[in-house]
Design a protein around this ligand. Structure first.
Ligand SMILES: [Zn+2]
Length: 395
């Protein structure tokens, strides 16, 4: 039995609420089928690059992938919220899954975050965090994600009285089981919530540091307005001194966005920027990021559109054309039409006219900037190269 009893047992029909065909197919299949599905997708390819939409979808579905910008709490599907609420004796203010999903209406970052944080209230026990993480990793593995680095927001759980060992312990146990059973490797990034106090973030870091072997890095998320990255300079320094990597969100179209990107790069010496699309408005910052080898985790669903002169521009396309190390990620899929990485890439391919070689390049950027040992990286890159060659795609 791979999937915890009760959480996914009836979702074959529940997931029919999802709008997208491919997600529906992936979810309807038992997660136990993830590995055979992966094998099918990567075998028997004619060495001809995809020429039409249907073939492109198959190419993207089978592409070996990595994901670095996914908030675990943002993968908490409405179906699982109901299952966890039932198990924890909580009553949700919605009649059913469909009513809950209809409530997911947001127009900016603060209105999104309100829905997002409200949704976490059902996460209480170690098993809840296990189910959450295993649920995401199962979906990711079924979409040929070989490796993921996942964000989590401990402050939101600590302030509800959930102990850090339940949060990190449950996720870590799920990571181990997913690696063993599904063949997907993963690591964990602790995010500071920038709209809460610096003291609260430090308390979360101090609580988590005894478990630092289960963490690979720290990040910065939540509402950027009035919360510049330097608010957490001390936290990043402490995390780095403990051997953790450092990334941070620079959301798009924020006040002083270019100053925040500059601070993240120059003063805080971030290794990655999550989103960061506005950088294309500053050739100087683009040159700096390239010289530093900075990775950008772009999530086209939410952050792909940078506004310039009142008009949206395609940040992903411009970042790729500028030669930045861009990867494509799903962010908070449970709140974004249940579109996981394959759907996000299919949409991005259309919106940004990505060629097969560019799709391979995106995954090469991802594996190339993963926080993993060289031998693991070489293994992923070899699989990616073999896949590209099996399609006759120069990579
Ligand atoms: Zn994010």
């Amino acid at each position: 039995m791979i999937v915890p009893e009760g959480l996914f047992g009836t979702t074959g029909t529940a997931y029919m609420f999802d709008r997208r065909q491919l997600i529906r197919a992936a979810m309807a299949a038992p997660l136990a089928c993830a590995l055979p599905a992966r094998a099918l997708l990567t075998e028997a390819r004619a060495a001809t690059p995809p020429q039409d939409e249907a073939t492109m979808v198959r190419f993207i579905a089978g592409l070996p992938k990595a994901e670095f910008h996914v908030h675990l709490e943002g993968t908490l599907e409405a179906e699982m919220k109901f299952a966890l609420a039932r198990r924890n004796g909580l009553k949700l203010p919605y009649a059913d899954v469909a009513a809950m999903k209809r409530s997911y209406i947001y127009h900016d970052l603060p209105s999104f975050l309100k829905i997002y944080y409200d949704g976490m209230q059902v996460l209480l026990t170690e098993q809840d965090f296990y189910d959450l993480a295993y649920g995401y990793l199962g979906k990711a593995a079924s979409q040929n994600v070989l490796y993921a680095e996942m964000f989590f927001d401990p402050q939101e759980h600590l302030k509800r009285g959930v102990p850090i060992e339940a949060v990190i312990g449950g996720i870590t146990r799920a990571r181990g089981d997913a690696a063993k059973r599904l063949g997907i490797e993963s690591q964990l990034i602790l995010c500071f919530m920038r709209d809460l106090s610096a003291e609260s973030a430090m308390e979360a870091l101090d609580a988590a540091l005894p478990y630092k072997d289960q963490l690979v890095g720290v990040g910065l998320d939540s509402d950027e307005k009035g919360n510049p990255p330097e608010k957490f300079a001390e936290h990043f320094a402490k995390a780095r001194a403990a051997g953790l990597h450092v990334t941070m969100h620079c959301d798009v179209n924020q006040e002083n966005t270019l100053d925040h990107i500059r601070t993240a790069l120059v003063d805080l010496k971030t290794e990655r920027i999550d989103h960061g699309g506005n950088i294309v408005q500053s050739p100087e910052l683009v040159a700096l990021a390239k010289s530093l080898g900075i990775a950008f985790t772009v999530c086209p669903t939410f952050s792909g559109r940078v506004m310039e002169g009142g008009q949206p521009i395609n940040a992903l396309r411009k970042m790729l054309d500028a030669g930045l190390k861009v990867s494509v990620n799903s962010d908070d899929p449970a709140y974004m039409g249940s579109e996981y990485i394959t759907q996000v890439l299919i949409r991005a391919q259309k919106d940004s006219a990505l060629t097969p070689a560019e799709l391979v390049r995106i995954e090469r950027n991802a594996f190339g900037t993963a926080w993993i040992p060289p031998a693991q990286r070489d293994g992923y890159l070899a699989r990616l190269t073999a896949y590209a060659e099996s399609w006759g795609v120069a990579a």
